[in-house]
Design a protein around this ligand. Structure first.
Ligand code: ADP
Ligand code: ADP
Length: 233
């Protein structure tokens, strides 16, 4: 469902091309939990940002459900981005909005839903992530694990098929990490959600990913089922 075809990406820095990805060529299947692991600077963020076109490749194609998203026009891009949710290490919640308002925000932006519809959807999402009684609190009143649950509810608001997780548990303690990973694994099963998870923590990948790609200096050093890749480090 997500296919990287001969992806190259460099950043232009002070008149020079700094390579970030050098010939990325693999596929992520529908419904998979796919881990991307590697040292800092390996190209993980760049790769994930290509999926929702926060970055464009310098060469190559990103094909999602048969569509080359690098060729989309502005309207196509907007629609495509609604099919992809993202969560972040530092949650990226809006601090002046309540939990419920944060979750409602992408629905309001999409502009396709009535007030009653948004309210019902927000209530269902908050119930699913276990935050019903915190709906009217502000992010500063929540624990890290609760904030990431808000992030997950917000990311799922527009019913995306793909959830991108950028170091989503790196700011959490081990126990909270375990609970958030369990929630992600449950959502993967319930919603047939494809999850792409980038992390520098092998343990995270080992616990929930089906397959993993190890990135090194902008290339795939290894790819395969988690058990195989970690057996042959
Ligand atoms: P990772 O997520 O694995 O740490 P990144 O994708 O962030 O790797 O970075 C890959 C390479 O691209 C690094 O050399 C980094 O310095 C460079 N890079 C990333 N983002 C930018 C940017 N916006 N401008 C210039 N260089 C960047
Ligand atoms: P409005 O824009 O109608 O004044 P707010 O700015 O207070 O509403 O909240 C934005 C959206 O967040 C609302 O449309 C509503 O759907 C949702 N919302 C706010 N509080 C709750 C709640 N406790 N439960 C469910 N949804 C809520």
């Amino acid at each position: 469902m997500i296919e990287f075809k001969q992806i190259h990406k460099s950043y232009r820095v002070a008149g020079h091309d700094v390579p970030a990805l050098n010939g990325i060529d693999f596929q992520i299947g529908a419904g998979e939990i796919f881990g991307i692991i590697g040292h800092s600077g390996a190209g993980k963020s760049t790769l994930v940002r290509l999926i929702n076109l926060l970055e464009r490749p310098s060469a190559g194609q990103v094909i999602i459900n048969g569509t080359d998203i690098t060729a989309l026009d502005a309207a196509g891009l907007r629609a495509q981005r609604q099919r992809i949710g993202m969560i972040f290490q530092h949650f990226n919640l809006l601090s002046s909005k309540t939990v419920a308002q944060n979750v409602a925000f992408p629905l309001a932006l999409a502009g396709e839903h009535g007030k009653a519809q948004i309210k019902a959807r927000v209530a269902a999402l908050l119930a699913r992530v276990g935050l019903t009684e915190h709906a009217d609190k502000y992010p500063a009143q929540l624990s890290g694990g609760q904030k990431q649950r808000v992030g997950i509810a917000r990311a799922l608001a527009t019913e995306p098929q793909i959830l991108l997780c950028d170091e989503a548990t790196s700011a959490l303690d081990p126990q909270t990490t375990q609970a958030v990973l369990q929630l992600l694994a449950d959502l993967n099963r319930e919603l047939k959600l494809t999850i792409v998870l980038i992390t520098h923590e092998m343990d995270v990948v080992r616990r929930i990913a089906d397959r993993v790609a190890v990135l090194d200096a902008g290339q795939v050093a290894e790819i395969g089922p988690v058990a195989e890749v970690f057996l042959h480090p």
